[in-house]
Design a binder for this molecule. Structure first.
Ligand code: SF4
Length: 292
């Protein structure tokens, strides 16, 4: 198999073979991310894709599910994705579900009718790393799009019937933006229809712009308690009908398959954590994290 640089498997999705169709990230400039800093973005050669499909066919001929890599394979044009889908079906005729990570701006160059075609070919779900719905926060971390883009592009996915996950990156705005990051993210996410909202906490990884700013005293990260209070404010103001996932340093299980019904329970559990967890221990865990 051809795998280039970081390979990220969605830990919350059912297991499936991983097929690389791009290398690296089409943006590669978010100030909190170092995942693909050593890889130049480019489409994978069709010959590689075909060789990998033959290998997957040899080991999983009946598979009905694939996760496409790398950081944002949906950056490929409609025609390239369509061509790859056709190739996938040639090798793996049972495929029904193809998922992949995507940036919000990957959707911009595709019409609703093109999105519908991709859905018919099996691209049924995108994992959108939105991170924030607050424009000042998005700008401060160089995310490369605005909150209105999240609304416009998610509406296109809704019309095409493609499911999507949205992520909220807890703490990414630091102390300066915390309230607006929580409230505006909840406001924007609540106007969309994600099947899953996932949250993770900011880690200042080596080589990132945010770590450099922190070292110069220009980024003020939230404390562990501040992170949990920001998450609580986000959840309190969030309204959608789907699954909720947290991917945090704290061991509390806030995951829930029915956010709408169980929001109060999630908040009570989080409050228990705020009142009782050892924040120094959590800070140590965060400091020693080397990857997502
Ligand atoms: S967070 Fe996502 S979009 Fe931003 S640089 Fe990292 S992989 Fe690329």
């Amino acid at each position: 198999m051809h795998y280039t640089g970081t390979v990220y498997r969605n830990p919350y999705a059912p297991p499936s073979p991983l097929l690389e169709i791009t290398q690296g990230c089409s943006h590669n400039r978010c100030k909190f991310c170092n995942m693909y800093s050593d890889v130049k973005f480019q489409p994978s050669p069709m010959e590689w894709i075909e060789e990998d499909l033959a290998e997957i066919k040899a080991f999983y001929p009946e598979t009905d599910r694939l996760q496409l890599l790398s950081a944002d394979p949906f950056a490929l044009s409609f025609s390239r994705l369509n061509e790859i889908c056709n190739l996938i079906h040639k090798y793996l005729p049972n495929i029904e579900i193809m998922t992949m990570a995507a940036r919000v701006d990957n959707i911009m160059d595709k019409s609703v009718s093109e999105l519908k075609t991709l859905k018919e070919k099996g691209i049924v779900e995108l994992n959108l790393g939105a991170e924030s719905g607050d424009d000042a926060t998005l700008k401060s971390v160089n995310k490369g799009y605005e909150s209105k883009d999240i609304l416009e592009q998610c509406e296109k996915l809704d019309k095409a019937g493609i499911d999507y996950w949205l992520t909220f990156l807890n703490g990414v705005g630091g102390a300066e933006h915390t309230k607006d990051h929580a409230l505006n993210s909840a406001k924007i996410f609540s106007q969309t229809n994600p099947t899953v909202v996932g949250t993770g906490g900011l880690v200042l990884f080596e080589g990132t712009g945010l770590l450099a700013l922190y070292k110069k005293g220009k980024f003020n990260p939230l404390s562990e308690k501040g992170l949990m209070e920001e998450l609580k404010l986000f959840i309190e103001n969030l309204d959608y009908d789907g699954r909720f996932i947290t991917h945090h340093t704290f061991s509390m299980d806030l995951n829930n398959s029915d956010f709408k019904k169980n929001k109060q329970k999630i908040l009570e559990r989080l409050q228990y954590g705020i009142d009782n967890l050892d924040m120094d221990q959590l800070a140590d865990i965060r400091k020693n994290k080397r990857g997502l």
